[in-house]
Design a protein around this ligand. Structure first.
Ligand code: FAD
Length: 551
């Protein structure tokens, strides 16, 4: 196969030459480098490349091209090469300029560009190359060519093959799926004989026939069986709050174990691009953030136990005893509950039957490439739904956001509302709900009902992404841990008078009604339901653990 292309366009020959020099010296072994001195020339070349079926991985363009904004040209590129990453080259002196920032924000929101990058300085400019590598990785991940990608081969989209894709997603492991009878599937199976499906072909070349979730977790990160051991701190949940508590706990010398019924990242792994997390000006995928945090905690000495469902929490003398579904227990002086929340189910039988076959809970990040050129629907009015809409709009022909509330502002951050409104192929249907739907092996239609007049409408739909409110993972907690009517754990000054009296002292801010047990992140009553706040609470919880252990 021919190498994919990196294309750079600029009408200033000196600036173009500087970009070309950087691209050729670093990437010419793995990509073909193509430079164009005008948009007219670039349009002709890109038309020819598209007609020849070539793959373009990245297009870079100057801020002003032939008297027009470079974002306009990059917007056109998206129609020819929907998977190409598109980045605007900006001058270093424009960093921090409000007008440039505003133009970038709008261009991203309208789907015209994916990124921006400061023009290269004289070599070596590692910042420029770090950005270019990030863009190329985003392209590779979207094209299922990321390093260490696992092939999942199944007989159908749904059933166990879908569950495996979910587990791999939750382990933040890049993967791609193909049907056994597709050309790609047959080629992959050619060397394997007659395996039990679904089958995983590992990046190392090894295969796993119909693996269990625990097999995958073991492969992902050597889960331990923590039974019987004694720690300073047990953290239940390995989402952003648990990972943060793990990093801070272990780095501050606490013997720490993080236990999760799945693997790393929690809800964040289904997020395609977290753009509001501090320190990532171009956004970061939830999976990437989780992988980084996991490695950080691991190097500080935190231990991890994956695919271990915590089912019980009791006290024996000074110890808190955490019970696991295997029957084992772990002891500690302090416990941080960071079990987060997950989406409510829709409960419409014909749609539940198509789970994994056009109907997805969250999961927009990994399923997005499937919906290229199709009509897709998202149900939900919170940030997760807005973000999924923006992400899917890069692939789908049209995205319809179905929202029960009368306005988007009711549940979504202002910055996302702006992005959704700016995107040309996102339609918002407020005051509307999905009441039925179906398809033969894959979703093909939905029935929508207007909450204003009860009117029903049947619409063609290739995929439905459901993001319909959170349910905390607290059903396993003992009654002594106070919760609000929705099941979220109550902490600190919000504890009831009875719980405060039982505690016999002023509770610490994240402390629950049981001394030594803290709660952080989405599982906590009144929490903000953002990655940053979950991370913040995870770190603050450790300060309180120190105080508890000092008593
Ligand atoms: C699609 C999507 C997009 C989002 N986008 C953004 C965004 O752009 N910006 C932003 O700030 N926020 C975003 N959010 C919200 C953000 O991801 C959450 O606020 C954050 O993940 C909460 O972290 P947490 O650690 O509290 O809980 P979670 O992430 O929910 O993690 C909880 C973990 O606990 C584990 N667990 C649960 N019960 C048990 C048990 N009994 N035993 C063992 N383990 C258990 C779960 O398996 C899970 O891994 C998004 C969420 C979604 C779903």
């Amino acid at each position: 196969m021919d190498l994919p292309l990196i294309v750079a366009v600029d009408d200033d020959p000196a600036l173009l030459a500087a970009v070309e020099r950087e691209l050729r010296t670093r990437y010419a072994l793995d990509y073909r480098i193509c430079t164009q001195g005008s948009t007219t020339q670039a349009r002709t070349t890109l038309d020819e490349l598209a007609a020849a079926g070539e793959e373009v991985a990245l297009v870079l363009a100057g801020e002003e091209l032939d008297g027009a904004p470079g974002t306009e040209f990059l917007g056109e590129v998206g129609r020819l090469f929907p998977h190409a990453e598109r980045a605007l080259l900006i001058g270093w002196n424009h960093l921090g300029d409000p007008d440039t920032g505003d133009a970038i924000f709008k261009a991203i929101a309208r789907g015209r560009i994916d990124h921006y990058v400061v023009r290269p300085a004289p070599p070596p400019d590692e910042q420029f190359h770090q950005a270019i590598s990030t863009f190329l990785l985003a392209w590779a991940e979207a094209r299922r060519r990321a390093p260490h990608t696992i092939d999942v081969i199944g007989e159908t989209w749904s059933g166990r093959a879908f569950e495996l894709r979910e587990v791999l997603g939750r382990c933040a492991m890049p993967h791609r799926f193909c049907l056994a009878e597709s050309d790609e599937g047959r080629a992959l199976l050619a060397d394997v004989g007659e395996p039990r499906l679904p089958l995983l072909v590992m990046p190392t070349g090894g295969v796993m026939e119909d693996p269990t979730d625990a097999d995958i977790a073991r492969f992902a990160g050597a889960p331990i069986d923590p039974s019987g051991e004694r720690y300073d701190l047990v953290i239940v949940g390995c989402g952003p709050a648990g990972l943060s508590a793990g990093v801070y706990g272990a780095s501050e010398g606490l013997r720490t174990v993080v236990i999760d019924s799945g693997s790393i990242g929690g809800q964040a792994t289904s997020s395609s691009s977290i753009r509001n997390y501090l320190g990532f000006p171009r956004g970061v995928t939830g999976a990437d953030l989780a992988r980084r945090a996991y490695q950080q905690a691991w190097v500080f000495g935190a231990r991890f136990a994956f695919m271990q469902q915590v089912t019980d929490l009791t006290r024996e003398d000074d110890d808190l005893v955490v019970g696991i579904h295997t029957g084992g227990v772990v002891r500690a002086r302090a416990v941080v509950l960071a079990t987060g929340a997950s989406y409510r189910r829709l409960g419409i039988e014909p749609l539940e039957a198509l789970h994994g076959a056009g109907v997805f809970y969250g999961a927009a990040a990994s399923e997005a490439p499937l919906v290229s050129g199709e009509d897709v629907y998202i149900v939900g009015g919170a940030n997760s739904a807005g973000q999924a809409a923006i992400h899917l709009a890069h692939y789908a022909k049209r995205v319809t956001l179905v929202v029960r509330a009368a306005t988007l502002e009711a549940g979504m951050s202002h910055y996302l509302v702006r992005q959704v409104e700016e995107a040309p192929n996102i339609e918002v249907r407020t005051g509307t709900e999905v009441v039925d739907g179906g398809g033969d092996g894959w979703l093909d239609h939905l029935v929508l009902r207007s909450r204003r007049d009860g009117g029903l409408e049947t619409v063609g739909a290739y995929a439905l992404f459901l993001m319909i409110g959170a349910m905390p993972h607290t059903e396993w907690l003992p009654a002594t841990i106070e919760r609000d009517p929705a099941g979220f754990v109550v902490t600190g000054s919000e504890l009831s008078d009875g719980a405060l009296a039982a505690l016999g002292r002023r509770p610490m801010a994240l402390e629950t009604s049981v001394p030594g047990v803290l709660a952080a992140g989405d599982v906590r009553h009144g929490s903000v339901k953002r990655v940053a706040s979950a991370v913040g609470e995870g770190s603050i919880a450790i300060q309180f653990v120190h105080r508890l252990l000092a008593v």
